[in-house]
Write a protein that binds this ligand. Structure first.
Ligand SMILES: Cc1ncc(COP(=O)(O)O)c(C=O)c1O
Length: 367
């Protein structure tokens, strides 16, 4: 297959330029005679890759000086345990964590956090099958939560917070923790609205295996004694994300993606492209008689677009025709069914146009 458009939710499409660069570097990184995979993480070559990746991410997201950027292993789900283990020590035990339950990923976070703390589901859209973000006015935050946890883009349900709650007004002063795995770097995020941001890399950043945590300095140093040292953010920060061996190749690819993003004009420019792509697809879905998306318009994800065929018996034919046209990995998550088009930063608008062309053709044939 020469050229495809890959709509996978993650691991997901990476910029072609980055893959070409990585292929050229594979056997010999910058004349070092070594592949990045073969380098000591403490050697000058990899240290320079790490420093550049840290610097570029800080610049791209305008991360303030009083925040640490950590490169960890573990993935997004591991953070569901690592976050409470790092933050609960700020409170007398048993402490309470507030959650806004907007989909599958916050569901998993709630379950995991229950091992370490009391959990208060301050608001939930479960009754509406996760088709919106509950309005702030209805959130029932507890009196003194250790923190408030949101997933600001629910990858499976296709629900995205349009704007972060204002931290002072909206969380009663408790740190806001956001799982940004599936929309980091796709839109401008005001980092100082949050205490902690975390993301698995395998959507907008690079290969699976790298996890990024951005944490405010005052939230370091409160880990529970049971927290593994390799996941204690203070220890990781003090060691420049080199307390244990970091996922070196993932960090290298992430660094190339950060440089690519800078060449694209940065996050604000990328956000405009993502708005254009998402608008094109949602407008088509809303005009169609065959397909539909069921998320409230204001809360629709720009990155993950679940959609359904009104006649589900056509699903397999739709996917087979898509594959013939080199439109890959459109099958929806098994828990919700239907289709899902993930249109991350590296998906060009031509991919969305090609998808809509196929959807139109299929719709015309099944009137
Ligand atoms: C929003 C979100 N959080 C967490 C995860 C889990 O990530 P991992 O499989 O790396 O643990 C995912 C994976 O798709 C996700 O989309």
């Amino acid at each position: 297959m020469s050229h495809v458009f890959n709509f996978s939710a993650g691991p997901a499409v990476l910029p072609r330029e980055v893959l070409i660069e990585a292929a050229a570097d594979m056997l010999d990184w910058h004349g070092s005679g070594m592949s990045v995979m073969e380098m000591s993480h403490r050697g000058p070559e990899f240290m320079s890759i790490m420093a550049a990746a840290q610097k570029d991410l800080r610049e791209l997201m305008a991360v303030p000086d009083n925040y640490q950027i950590l490169f960890l292993q573990g993935g997004g789900l591991a953070e569901n345990a690592i976050v409470p283990m790092n933050l609960l020590g700020r409170k007398a035990q048993p402490a309470t964590i507030d959650f806004i339950h907007t989909g599958s990923w916050t569901g998993k976070s709630i379950k995991e956090a229950g091992k370490y703390a009391q959990v208060n589901v301050a608001a939930s859209s479960k009754a509406g099958s996760f088709d919106h973000v509950p309005a702030r006015a209805g959130w029932k935050l507890s009196a003194d939560p250790a923190y408030v946890h949101i997933c600001s883009n629910e990858t499976i349900d296709g629900v995205e917070f349009g704007a972060a709650p204002d931290i002072a007004a909206d969380t009663n002063g408790a740190p806001l923790v956001a799982d940004v795995s599936s929309h980091i770097l796709s839109r401008v995020i005001k980092v100082d609205d949050y205490g902690v941001l975390f993301a698995g890399a395998q959507k907008n950043i690079g290969p699976a295996g790298l996890t990024i945590v951005i944490v405010r300095d005052d939230l370091l140093g409160h880990a529970l004694p049971i927290c593994p040292s390799a996941f204690d953010w203070k220890i990781v920060a003090e060691n420049g994300s080199m307390y244990n061996t970091p996922p070196t190749y993932g960090i290298y690819i992430a660094g190339l993606v950060f440089q690519w993003l800078k060449r694209q004009g940065g996050v604000a420019a990328m956000e405009q492209r993502n708005i254009a792509k998402a608008t094109l697809l949602y407008d088509y879905l809303d005009s169609s008689k065959l397909y539909f998306n069921r998320v409230a318009k204001a809360d629709r994800s720009r990155m993950n677009v679940p959609f359904f065929l009104r006649d589900e018996t056509l699903n397999e034919a739709f996917l087979a025709g898509a594959k013939q046209r080199h439109l890959l990995q459109l099958k929806g998550h098994k828990s919700v069914g239907g289709m899902r088009a993930s249109i991350y930063n590296a998906m060009p608008i031509e991919g969305v146009q090609a998808l809509i062309s196929w959807m139109q053709e299929f719709e015309s044939a099944h009137r």
